[in-house]
Design a protein around this ligand. Sequence first.
Ligand code: FES
Length: 571
Amino acid sequence: MEEKKLRSSDWFGRKGKDGFIYRAWMKNQGIPDYEFNNKPVIGICNTWSELTPCNAHFRELAESVKRGILEAGGFPVEFPVMSLGETLIKPTAMLYRNLVSMDVEESIRANPLDGVVLLCGCDKTTPALVMGACSVNIPTIVVSGGPMLTGRYEGKSIGTSDVWRYHDDLRGDKIREEELLTIEAAMCRSRGHCAVMGTASSMACMVETLGLSLPGNAAIPAADARRKVLAQLSGLRIVQMVKEDIKLSHILTREAFENAIVVNAAIGGSTNFVIHLLAIAGRIGVPLQLQDFDALSAHIPLIANLQPSGKYFMEDLFYAGGLPVVLKELEHFLHGHCITANGKTIKENYKDVQGYNSDVITSVERPFNAATGLAILKGNLCEEGAVIKPSAASSHLLQHTGKAVVFENIEDYKARIDEEDLEVDETSVLVLKNVGPKGYPGMPEVGNMGLPKKLLRKGVSDMVRISDGRMSGTGFGTVVLHVSPEAATGGNFSVIQTGDIITLDVPNRSLTVAVSDEELQQRKKQFTALPPAAERGYVNLYINHVQQAHLGADMDFLRGSSGSRVTRDSH
Ligand code: FES
């Protein structure tokens, strides 16, 4: 194969003053120039942060990646980017996903990198890094941080989905605050991200299915020594990818995206997957629409028995053989010829794998849940669409008509949800507005709003809930999310009122309100837009440019790619 000129040689291979400057300051790190001159320079894009507990082990993981890069004859350079810790960051990590993607894109393009390894873990860190890298499009491989070990409490396996259950138990006076302290210590008992099929795990499965990581990446627990082995092998492989010039655009074809959608449905993956995949497709230039998710998911059986849709945890998925076993089981639904990071097709990667627990990874013929993982709704309540996860919903509510109880924003919800005289019963439909991309801003994970205390005490465990926000991938219930257009933009959802009759019909994919078009138009005349949440800074930029959920909530000016070429050279 003809050796392609290394991108980094435009820095380190230069003569005269420019080359002097590029090399001399690298040498202050005690590095001889043969180390980085004429070798593939590989960036390790690290979201390590002690404020992102799920990614707190990433410096160690980076060391393993470096070993692989050095072993293959490359030169590793680790660099930090903004990290997003789902649990600590306020008002919501999603507000900053696009900002991180800009950090990643500009950091890669501006520096002498021939290839890049993306260290991803907690929810948004994966899409943000992949989005940014797509807009540059150099050889790239993803190493995920891996899930935590399964939590154990009073002899039971517990994980992040139980947070919502325990919270309802607390509000329903079934447990005391002190007990929660014991539970929280028992749940997060190792390094790694959430151990259920929440957003972080869904994202790890997404990158493996897309072909952006080595096989097996999704499920190896963070605490398992094999996670480091995978990191080292990924370092080894990226150097080869540079030599073979395998770019993201070679891997991320329309067929690869279709594979990812199929797999997300089969594993009961997060609803957030929809929004992130749409954004990634927008960056790499693959046409993908919200409706594609329904068309490709509707007939896909749920075969990974994982919380929140099922029973088990990521650790169990790993022991059962990992994602490659799921892929093999789904082979009739997948495009087997899609190329992956290791240079093989996805089919070559899974063809010889074996499953070890048919209770965790069931078969297509005998899925553990008849409901599919994802459905896209349309109707006069969500003109551009909305998302629901039927596999995590209550089957008796999938076709339901009820009176709306509307909360204008999250503060209104918090103030009134537990009022004893709130007119609500288990047939009501809870509606939460102004938690969309622009309205909140940042589209927080509040869509699975807690039920009214008085109904919890009666033993009610689920109700239909609708919002323009998102839900944690670990959440569950009959929860309609991502209503588009969001309330803040003045669409029909903006003018829904308490007492309106709403019908959710998942089998027929519709979400409607029994209010005439004339009446909706009339109400819209009274609509007044919220004042902007910020007059300056990133948040102001975000509000003015973020697109609606059905387009992936990316910023309008970030769609597409600018390539890897640096257009001006000041030295
Ligand atoms: Fe980081 Fe769940 S909080 S993955």
